[in-house]
Unconditional design. Structure first.
Lengths: 553, 553
């Protein structure tokens, strides 16, 4: 199930790009001047896949034979270099740098493509018996080093691609439960559910290139979380293979019997074993979806409106507030239009100046519910100074929502990097975190004599707080982009943590976020998790080094 | 902080009872005849507190001195027999039997009343250093053996009463976060919050006699969970003393960084350490509360309506559906009224026969929101055959909602037991579990030549399923009520588990539910939890034997 139509060294499907249209050059010029770059047009090419040399596999013939023998339902094992390269990393900015330069941090010694939960268990047992590290791999879209083929203990690595174990295994309509194979990709799940009148309603930006198992393992969150919750809220039960045996958690709504172990599986990032099946709470496909844009004079006013809308408990599926910088960026990236310029000039005179911030509100359900919730949200927005822009600007964003990540590769071709970082905080910390991250980025790049654009939006909100998502655009140091990135990442993460932000609201921990996760978890929490790990996977075979550091020795 | 105004051997405050009024005798007669009892009027007295003999404390002078020295902020340590008796157990039916007979399963060797988180930690360290078992104790309202002063390893026991560590430590109004001392009782918390315009909205039936720490440790759920969630949903952060050190979890809304350890602390039942502070998400005190009753021709139709109301995502705070047996019981327990009889006769002819089931719907918020949500819920109810009964019958139930548990002691005086058991299931299992539990009770008591009344209600509902709460009324075997109860409990729990029900939706596990919890958690889940325990409390000092069995040896 290697997808040769997926880019080996970038985001998404071959041939697809974010369409900048006829104003492409003008946009790049604008970006270059904002970043004070000398030559934004110069190409920064990638090495060719065939030019990457891999070390020999460290798994001997007997090992490969055992792995092959474990594959009794149609799976396959391969040491093909292309397959090993495609499974070496995820799709973080650093991963794109390293692919582009042909400098892999490691690679699997074999890739196993499984097609059933029985094959997952059988392959797992071979790995355990032979001391092979086992890295579960869904869509490979991790942006935190969550699927990187490295083992701190330097054992041979088997990467297990689960996409051949796909599909709805059972749909219990009376309960609204779908039992789904862990390797099911987002579109395959939604298409199959939609055909029967159901929907999960989980749309992370990686939707097209991520799997159900990956969503749960990394505690993913989708664009419609306001109505349907984050993935952990949708899990009614799960089934795993672990080195300590097969495990089916309790399946149902809320239980008061002991700690909620489904909340432990969610976020375990493959370190406790391999998820094979997830029972998801699904809902009837909504009849209507509407998205609406509202402009606020400032980000602070927009944040106040967002909080009030969430507190009112309105049935909105989607809520997003861009800050002034991001609002301006979206205006710039859209097709130029002199009416737009004129409109903005008029808005400026009405008090909607450079900090004007756009909010997108999505509502779905029966038409009358949609009308009512939208009207009520707009009423609250108005009380906070919001001006309704109607559906036009919002529907453009919504149409392109899975295209945005493609821009990253396009700009990288010109030596411009897009880094993303997100956190969650109580409401009172939104402003301190945002200011502090902006400053940290500016200072870090100033030390290199470079400039950056830092924009932010609030993408998932709760009564208890919100997620702040940062997008940082900066000129790449083509000599050593990884060394350039590292202090930038650290400065951003430190700034967010200093004000109480978690290291991740929905990207996960992986390798990249580990030091900050250790810090926010505290020594007792870390000990607790290491206790779980020791109980199920004492040899650290499962996704070694991800989430938690390995103990010394 | 021993509350001498609380009953030592029963539920609640001295002198308070459930008011059966002038039809008391008639009601008891009716109950006696339903249960085919010979002499329901005969008194079954309790032993006197002073007649209970306790063994000498096993903590020597040095130990008591160390405990005393740990109490630096006003706490106290005592071996007073009354205090030891009052802290020997919780308030389950079996606890009431054992208090009444003066047959305690054990008692603390000392009771420590702490007044600060520093005292919690200092006492904890003395227990760890001296190998004393440590049982955290809030209101003592556990109905599952969660605070029982027993240690499977037979070490001396210190019970730590936390009620002297009480009050709101910090109220962060911008975030709606209240940092609350673990020993704060429900009414003290709500009164303090209400005075500042806030509310938590957590009203378990034990509200008056349970603490914030106890709520979180046992994964409690309140009557208004539909709007504000279960206690685990309200926890933004918590702080514990553990034998491995002090621990502050991350504090904020949702995090995607690793397993959610707040969901592990919730439900840990004191086995990982002692909760000292909880950061709770609170909300503005609602302006209006309204409660409404709707009658359905059958429990199945009522269940359909309940599911549809939950799926519609209406902002209702409270939803409860009684089955036919419970609806009839509440009619019987209310004051007799010939209009009521006439009304019921008329309803019978309209198709509301013996299975007629009453639903209570509570709504709170701004008056117009309350109006709208109530109207919408009534519209859905009507589509499912519901008939609105207005606010009258519902407000009576709501007024008495914290009084119902008092009836248990009153009936016990007459040799009639009220046992409760609750579970949660996906919607499709409601009927199988209810039928199966009814049958299990009838068969178990038939073997003794006795009859029972089994009634049920659905008290907490989610898109993924609902909580079924059973109330079983039966004639006590006064010779050995505990031996009589045990097979009954087992039969009920087995029947619920057979159809996928959890052993508890909100009462917890303690000692009584342990075998079923072990079964539903599975060997891998159990190993995981024992791994956590081994990491934080390898000597099983903290609430030993609760939740999880001790390993052999």
């Amino acid at each position: 199930m290697t997808r040769k139509d997926w880019k080996w060294n970038g985001w998404g499907t071959e041939g697809v790009r974010y369409d900048l249209g006829s104003h492409r050059e003008a946009f790049l010029q604008w970006l270059g001047s904002r970043l004070e770059m000398d030559a934004p047009g110069t190409r920064w090419p990638s090495v060719a896949l065939g030019d990457i040399l891999l070390p020999e596999t460290r798994i001997d013939g007997g090992g490969l034979q055992d792995l092959g023998a474990a594959l009794t339902t149609g799976g396959s094992v391969t040491t093909d270099p292309e397959d090993r390269i495609r499974h070496a990393m995820g799709r973080s900015l650093v991963d794109l740098f390293r692919y582009r330069l042909g400098r892999l941090p490691g690679s699997p010694d074999a890739v196993v493509h499984v097609t059933s939960r029985e094959e997952v268990a059988a392959v797992g047992r071979v790995c355990a018996a032979r001391g092979l590290a086992l890295v579960p791999f869904g869509g490979g879209s991790s942006v935190v080093g969550g699927v990187e083929a490295v083992d701190p203990r330097n054992r041979p690595i088997v990467t297990m691609n689960l996409r051949g174990w796909s599909g709805i295994q059972d749909l219990r309509e009376e309960d609204g439960y779908a039992v789904v194979a862990a390797g099911t990709l987002g579109p395959d799940l939604e298409t199959a559910l939609n055909a029967r009148g159901w929907s999960l309603g989980h749309f992370p930006q990686s939707f097209e290139f991520s799997t159900v198992g990956g969503w749960v393992a990394s505690r993913s969150s989708g664009q419609q979380s306001n109505q349907y919750g984050d993935i952990a809220d949708m899990v009614a039960g799960c089934r795993l293979w672990t080195p300590a045996g097969d495990w089916q958690t309790w399946e149902g709504p809320v239980s008061g019997a002991g700690p909620d172990l489904r909340e432990v599986v969610a976020g375990s990032e493959g370190t406790l074993g391999v998820l094979t099946d997830v029972t998801l709470q699904v809902h009837r496909l909504p009849k209507t979806f509407r998205i609406q844009a509202v402009l606020f004079p400032s980000f602070v006013e927009g944040t106040g409106a967002l909080k009030a809308i969430v507190e009112a408990g309105l049935r909105l599926s989607f809520l997003r507030l861009s800050d002034g910088e991001e609002t301006a960026f979206y205006l710039k990236i859209g097709h130029p239009n002199r009416w737009k310029d004129l409109g903005m000039a008029v808005l400026g005179r009405l008090g909607f100046g450079p900090d004007r911030s756009v909010m997108l509100l999505g509502t779905e359900g029966d038409p009358e519910e949609v009308d009512r919730a939208t009207a009520e949200a707009l009423r609250i927005a108005k009380r906070h100074g919001g001006l309704s822009l109607g559906q036009g600007p919002a529907s453009g964003w919504h149409r392109d929502r899975f295209r945005h990540p493609y821009l990253r590769d396009d700009l990288l071709d010109h030596g411009i990097a897009i880094e993303t970082h997100e956190t969650a905080v109580p409401w009172s910390r939104v402003d301190p975190v945002r200011q502090s991250v902006r400053q940290a980025v500016a200072e870090t790049l100033a030390r290199q004599g470079r400039r950056a654009i830092v924009m932010a939006h609030l993408s998932h909100s709760y009564p208890a707080g919100t997620c702040i998502y940062f997008i940082v655009i900066y000129p790449v140091d083509r000599e050593d982009p990884v060394a350039q990135w590292r202090p930038l990442k650290a400065a951003i993460a430190d700034a967010a943590a200093r004000h109480g932000g978690t290291i991740s609201h929905h990207h996960g921990v992986g390798l990249d976020h580990r030091p900050w996760w250790v810090q926010e978890t505290g020594p007792v929490g870390l000990r607790l998790i290491q206790g779980m790990k020791a109980a199920l996977d004492p040899d650290h075979l499962c996704n070694p080094g991800k989430l938690m550091p390995l103990p010394e020795g």
